[in-house]
Design a binder for this molecule. Sequence first.
Ligand code: NHX
Ligand code: ZN
Length: 251
Amino acid sequence: GLDGFESTDAIIVIGATNRPDVLDPALLRPGRFDRHIVVDQPDVIGREKILGIHIRNQKVPVDDSVKLDELSKGVPGMSGADLANMVNEAALLAARKNHENVTHLDFEEAKEKLMMGAKRHMVISDDEREIIAYHEAGHAMLMEYIEEFDPLLKVTILPQGRGLGVTMPLPEERKLMSKQFCLASMAVALGGRVAEKLIFDELTSGASNDIEKVTAIARHMVCEWGMSEKLGATALGEKEGEVFLGKDIGH
Ligand code: NHX
Ligand code: ZN
């Protein structure tokens, strides 16, 4: 029923978008695009298959040690493009080390590089290195001891990507955020700042990214997920389509 096509024409019109939220509603009316197919990020099984496809297509020689199911488990949320990238990066690392076949460790290294950003060389004074170490230790301790949170995967004070230090969980595949998990995530994210305060009785600007994370979770909990006992199950978000000016005042 799209204008310009007769129903007898043997033509199928297919469209794709990453932003269904901002499509002109006219496109979605009955008789326009009749079938809507949601293509989500791949799940753990999808990721394993996608890895297999890229390995075959790029004719990457893989070692017997490579366990695709294990790799796939460790990269929740990765897209098809991310996975293609990971295969590429693993092949490059293997070539650099003169490996005949790409090993499981090559894949693990590629994974870390993609998830945390490349390691960077940076001159850091001993004093600052100590602050960074306590900051990361604060995150790591809470990650280890708070049962509601994901297990600790790795902690480092080697600069990676944009971070001077990183503490990484091994995230579980989850579709729902329980209130318990939200609170646990906030505690873990604040662990770095708390350690700095406890040990040095001083605050630094370094916790900016952690504070951003905590603020985002708290805002979601109260404004969208109805997890505030005082405000109750009320949607205070009004993210889209609302009066531009009123938005922030409402919050
Ligand atoms: C700066 N960087 O901007 C310096 C170079 C507190 C020990 N002057 O919380 O590296 O202060 O647990 C993504 C990832 C900003 C976005 C990291 C944006 C880091 C990271 C600021 C460790 N680890 N802070 C952390 C850190 C910093 C920043 C980011 C980001 C520090 C902290 C960055
Ligand atoms: Zn931190």
